[in-house]
Design a binder for this molecule. Structure first.
Ligand code: SF4
Ligand code: SF4
Length: 453
């Protein structure tokens, strides 16, 4: 029987890894569909940010109650990995509580083991409460940022699935530990000494040791199968952020939010237009990322025109909506929602990726991110205030994608409001946004002279 369990365990584990890495490979290839962008500067600063923002959840602490609830789930998730390691080793070896067996008889060793399991159980209770609160917030309280139109359908279901899976995993842990404690007590007169799952023992008082073994196995297998299913599910879900938040924060831009990532070639042209004394042969200023000096096309129409960091951003989005809640355009009823920009980019990227897999690298479906997913009206509603960038807990930059799409609208499609075209023409012809010739600029001073005379 034990051998059968080991074989089933190894087969399920191998299938899980196969499905997970197959999807991970698809996502990695999709991210690489983006244009190249070199990000290899300031490694220590980047690492520090990653520790603070991704690992330390620094940005979550702007709002204390959700931050605390989120922290409970996050810390429980991290610490539970210790018990998960024991479950995995038990699964491969057919042993039962291998770590406990190793320390059994040593007061310090047993104390550490009981301490770790008790910590896991205490955090699991907190995580259980936090998960119920998150479910209520989404489904009963209907917090506005979690119920915006882009969250209808699959995104809402996805968020609920994950929360229910978290509850299920916690219930399995307590079923496993509670039944195991009761069985040990029934067989030997002593239990493992876990105070929290020990409190559940009265629930199992009338069961025989054989029944308790079955219940313990249901909890054990239920937990590990739930973990495996979660691992396979994650790449299809917004919960991919629990893995991608780390590289995403590491590669996020370091320079000031208000500084535009100008195109070298265009910046040089504008400088020449605005400043008659500018040296046309001067070295252009370098832009961050070392992008090509004269791009093949301006801005982005589809996902392949964005760079890989934009695409990594899209896959890292937690769909939390903090960006949209802070966005002045969203909050004043405009069509724009920065979260939707990220979700659309990811959806389109998945569509293109699947198309390439089915039809080859030249796949085209005559659709594009700009137009079929994101409209001109949304792009024009952006005030470029950077509030979305400031709010994002995983350092995503929706504004950068908005800029690229706008760039394409204006520089490739000449699609801009009449008032903007007038301003562009004036800058080109007069070196200023106004309709006056540069030679007339000092005329107002002539009037002063006349007044003096
Ligand atoms: S930069 Fe644009 S999208 Fe971001 S918050 Fe401001 S208006 Fe909204
Ligand atoms: S872009 Fe950032 S703030 Fe906006 S929904 Fe995604 S993770 Fe949340």
């Amino acid at each position: 029987m034990e051998l059968v369990q080991i074989i089933v365990f190894i087969l399920v584990f191998a299938l899980t890894l196969f499905l997970f890495f197959k999807e991970a490979k698809f996502i990695y290839r999709n991210i690489k569909l983006g244009r190249p962008k070199q990000i290899d500067d300031n490694k220590s600063e980047r690492f520090k940010r990653m520790l603070l923002i991704a690992f330390g959840q620094k940005k979550m602490f702007k709002n204390l109650i959700p931050a605390f609830l989120h922290l409970a789930i996050y810390v429980a998730f991290l610490i539970t990995q210790i018990e998960l390691i024991e479950i995995l080793i038990d699964g491969f070896t057919g042993k039962h509580r291998l770590f406990f067996n190793l320390v059994e008889g040593s007061a310090i060793g047993e104390g550490i083991y009981i301490g770790i399991i008790t910590t896991i159980e205490a955090l699991s209770i907190l995580a259980f409460i936090a998960t119920i609160a998150f479910l209520a917030r989404r489904n009963l309280l209907k917090v506005p940022r979690l119920t915006m139109s882009e969250m209808n359908g699959w995104p809402k279901l996805d968020a609920n699935i994950i929360l229910f899976v978290e509850l299920y995993l916690i219930i399995c842990i307590f079923l496993m530990n509670g039944a195991d404690m009761a069985r040990e007590k029934a067989l030997t007169g002593e239990d493992y000494g876990f105070p929290i799952s020990g409190a559940l023992m009265p629930l199992f008082a009338n069961f025989s040791p054989d029944t308790l073994k079955i219940l313990e196995r249901i909890g054990w297998w239920g937990h590990i199968l739930g973990v495996f299913a979660f691992l396979v599910y994650i790449p299809h879900s917004k919960h991919l952020h629990i893995m991608l938040a780390f590289p995403n924060v590491y590669f996020s831009r370091l320079f000031e939010k208000g500084r535009l990532n100008n195109m070298e070639a265009v910046t040089n042209e504008v400088k020449l237009m605005m400043d008659p004394n500018a040296d046309p042969y001067a070295e252009p200023e370098a832009s961050e990322g070392g992008e090509e000096e004269v791009p093949e096309k301006f801005g982005a129409k589809d996902v392949q025109d964005l760079n890989w960091k934009h695409l990594l951003d899209a896959y890292s989005c937690t769909e939390c909506g903090r960006c949209s809640a802070a966005c002045p355009a969203s909050q004043t009823g405009k069509k724009l929602s920065p979260r939707k920009i990220m979700m659309d980019t990811r959806d389109r990227l998945e569509e293109v990726g699947k198309g390439i897999d089915e039809h080859g690298p030249d796949f085209t479906d005559n659709k594009s991110l700009l137009g079929d997913y994101i409209t001109t009206e949304e792009l024009r509603a952006c005030t470029t205030c950077n509030a979305c960038v400031e709010e994002c807990p995983v350092s995503i930059n929706p504004l950068d994608i908005i800029f690229e799409l706008r760039r394409h609208l204006i520089m490739e499609d000449s699609n801009s409001p009449e008032e903007w075209n007038l301003m562009f023409n004036n800058i080109e012809n007069n070196g200023a946004p106004w309709q006056f010739s540069p030679t007339d600029r000092l005329k107002w001073a002539d009037e002063l002279e006349k007044g003096k005379a």
